[in-house]
Design a protein around this ligand. Structure first.
Ligand code: GLN
Length: 545
């Protein structure tokens, strides 16, 4: 029998209160205390995974080592806890229903009526227990399960019921419930209001869950009086009412939780050994982020710039890369369509220290991206291309240096005869969208003597992928002859993984998504290199292109 403990995190009052960050921070706090923690996100939506969800609505699609397309909260978990999640850590209502319906079709329910309780709830519980028993998670001390959505949502009910039942299966002493709530302030005196939290706890109790801890998201400090009121009405001890004020950097939250006694409270409640927290490394990371000595500004071109979370991992990777240089890295996101219409891209880019052209799908904004890359190439502006950004860099080079005027990608012009980027064979048909890309971690062999080798300090690396198209093999020779260095390929030499330019201080692009592996304590080499180059970059006169 395993000794694993379970912590369930639910959210109340409103969405977007930072439940994912709260879960990730708890994970860091427990990791600092030496526990083996495995996170899981239970999302009540019917999509099988986040892969088909629009980043405008739902933010970034995060990709795990094993190629699962998941909710962006898994990115928070990985960055804070410094663990690699697998597809087992990403459960959706869609996945659960798919399994149950498959079993029903196979006759596994022996003629019984298949119902939400017990069939769906059992499957939810089984997916949580699977983490405990899986060999890849190495017998975790603690599983932290975040339930997506807000208490009161119709679709989250089966998940709430499953976690309620869970305590009977594993014992009350082995699981606890933490409710993250929002404490608004209203009126001319910004009066703090506890009523919405009281109501969300009432809703939880209706389902049969009594929270052990309340994490209260607030702009203002909570007085003793408010704390006592929350404790009384929500039936949690005063020391379990945790004030979580908006902070300068979210990476500071695990330290705040520890200071407020949450580490002791959880270990006592779950009867875990009380180990002293080893916080020093994390404190140093937070200090470096909070007290930068210099600042750089990066222009980043993307398609989903209106949702601040659509490129979450890229933003975080830049913050991580600034840590060793004590540099605040600011990113200015530019809508790729706006850059298409921009009259004077060189003038616009002249105020930035570096350029990132990010991932994306479809043809919109391609011309603008090509012009921006051309400017960076000619004017020696440090440049990092990611996935579609690399494909654009190859097209720009083919057009403007190799003289292939019609250079394009199959994704943009399927009929063209100069498809520098073409459909990567061996995948499922394009009409099937979900999970049909080249996904997850793949090896790249890096050529000796290249910038990529210097950055990665290795000749074999792995990074995560999410793409359908690749550089067309037929053009590799002409690109190389014209001095585009193909510095990384797949182990069989067939797929172009990294390209770079020799006569440029920092011009590098990758077919992969290095942002998914960046951690505050281990920034991605390509982002570190970009920040270093940006710091060295001197504004050069804008050349005529
Ligand atoms: N749309 C491109 C492809 O599928 C790039 C994908 C991406 O940037 N993630 O290959």
């Amino acid at each position: 029998m395993s000794n694993t403990k379970y912590i369930f995190i639910t959210g109340g009052v409103v969405s977007s209160i930072g439940k994912g960050i709260a879960t990730a921070s708890l994970g860091r706090l427990l990791r600092n205390r030496g526990f083996n923690v495995v996170p899981i996100k239970l999302d009540p939506y019917i999509n099988v995974d986040a892969g088909t969800m629009n980043p405008y609505q739902h933010g970034e699609v995060f990709v795990t080592e094993d190629g699962a397309e998941t909710d962006l909260d898994l990115g928070h978990y990985e960055r804070f806890m410094d663990v690699n999640c697998s597809n087992k850590s990403s459960i959706t209502a869609g996945k659960i229903y798919k399994k149950v319906i498959k079993k029903e079709r196979n006759g596994e329910y022996l003629g019984g009526t298949v119902q939400v309780i017990p069939h769906i709830t059992n499957e939810i519980k089984a997916s949580i227990l699977e983490l405990t028993n899986s060999s890849s998670t190495h017998d975790p001390d603690i599983v932290i399960a975040e339930i997506g959505g807000t208490i009161g949502d119709i679709e989250s009910l089966p998940f709430m019921e499953a976690i309620r039942q869970f305590k009977h299966d594993v014992g009350h002493e082995n699981c606890m419930y933490i409710h993250v709530s929002f404490i608004p302030q209203i009126g001319p005196w910004c009066e703090i209001k506890t009523k919405p939290t009281q109501h969300s706890v009432i809703k939880l109790r209706e389902i049969g869950i009594s929270p052990d801890v309340l994490i209260c998201r607030t702009e203002k400090s909570l007085s003793h009086e408010i704390n006592n009121k929350l404790s009384l009405f929500c039936d949690v001890p005063t020391e379990a009412v945790i004030e979580s004020k908006t902070v300068k950097t979210v990476y500071g939250i695990p330290i705040t939780y520890e200071r407020l006694g949450l580490g002791e409270l959880i270990t006592k409640r779950l009867n875990l050994p009380s180990k002293a927290p080893k916080n020093q490394n994390w404190i140093e990371i937070v200090e470096a982020i909070e007290n930068p000595t210099q600042q750089i500004e990066i222009a980043a071109i993307g398609k989903y710039t209106e949702n601040g979370d659509a490129y979450k991992s890229i933003v975080e990777s830049c913050i991580h890369a600034g840590i060793p240089y004590k540099t605040k890295v600011r990113i200015q996101w530019i809508d790729s369509e706006k850059i298409d219409e921009m009259k004077n891209i060189p003038e616009f880019l002249s105020s930035y220290h570096a350029l990132i052209v990010g991932p994306g799908f479809g043809k919109r904004g391609i011309e603008g991206k090509l012009s921006a890359i051309q400017h960076a190439r000619i004017n020696k502006l440090p440049f990092l291309g990611i996935c579609l950004g690399m494909q654009c860099a190859v097209i720009e080079y083919a057009k403007n240096v190799c003289g292939i005027s019609g250079a394009t990608s199959e994704e943009i012009h399927p009929e063209s005869s100069d498809k520098l980027i073409h459909y990567l064979p061996g995948q499922e048909s394009l009409s099937h969208k979900g999970g049909s890309m080249r996904l997850g971690s793949y090896q790249t062999v890096i050529k000796p003597g290249t910038l990529a080798e210097k950055l990665y300090q290795s000749n074999i690396i792995t990074d995560r992928h999410r793409h359908r198209y690749e550089v067309n093999h037929e053009y590799m020779e002409i690109l190389s002859k014209n001095n585009l260095e193909i510095s990384g390929t797949s182990p069989n030499g067939k797929l172009v993984e990294i390209i770079e330019l020799k006569n440029h201080p920092y011009f590098i692009a990758t077919q992969a998504h290095p942002e998914f592996k960046s951690r505050p304590n281990r920034p991605s080499p390509l982002f570190l290199g970009l920040v270093e180059a940006a710091l060295k970059y001197k504004s050069v006169p804008v050349a005529t292109i």
